[in-house]
Design a protein around this ligand. Sequence first.
Ligand code: SF4
Length: 243
Amino acid sequence: MTPAKKVAGKETKTNPGVKKKGGQKAADELAPNRIAEILRRLEAAYPNAECALHHRNAWELLVATILSAQCTDARVNMVTPELFRKYPTPKAMAEASLPAIEEEIRSTGFYRNKAKSISGAAKKIVEEFGGKVPNTMAELLTVPGAARKTANVVLGVAYHLAEGVVVDTHVLRLSNRLGLTKHSEPKKVEQDLMKIIPKDHWIQFSHELIHHGRQICIARKPRCVDCTLETLCHSGDKTWSSV
Ligand code: SF4
């Protein structure tokens, strides 16, 4: 086995492909065979990766995704059963008062804004979409609280439609660490990913990256020693290198 070496800083002679001073890279990070291998390894590591937000339909997923901003999925999953028991449909939610919704979702944080978004989304869906969550990006983006990331979650998970790639905080961080983008703005990162990831992988790829970001490639101290992508990764954030 090749001797392993702990990476102390952002640059190391023993870690080929890590950015050298001056921006030179030792590897072509967008090479199709590298992308294909990243996809293959992620799929092998997370064969059943799926959205962690509990939901029974597109409406519940939309609400859960709105609630998940700045909040853990686990916390959202604690709140939504009672919320949907009381207000099971867009119509029921549209008729609920803001304080009543706020009371149910308080523990998810930013509850006033989230209650406004959920109430506004319910009213919009009842008034303009016949009570059914729309299934196109253009229509979803008119729904209060549904920006592009939320719309991508609803389209991909509830309707199995790949109109884009979900870029949350994990996808953003990992895409940069893996050299798949140089951008920090989610919209631009999504555009980069849509160019290099085959469309039939868009939905699953983001689920897998989110799982990998939660379990292994964590923000502060990535667990590179346990990472299935380690030999393909040239990030300056690496904490360990096998080469
Ligand atoms: S090797 Fe480290 S930095 Fe690279 S993807 Fe894996 S955990 Fe993240």
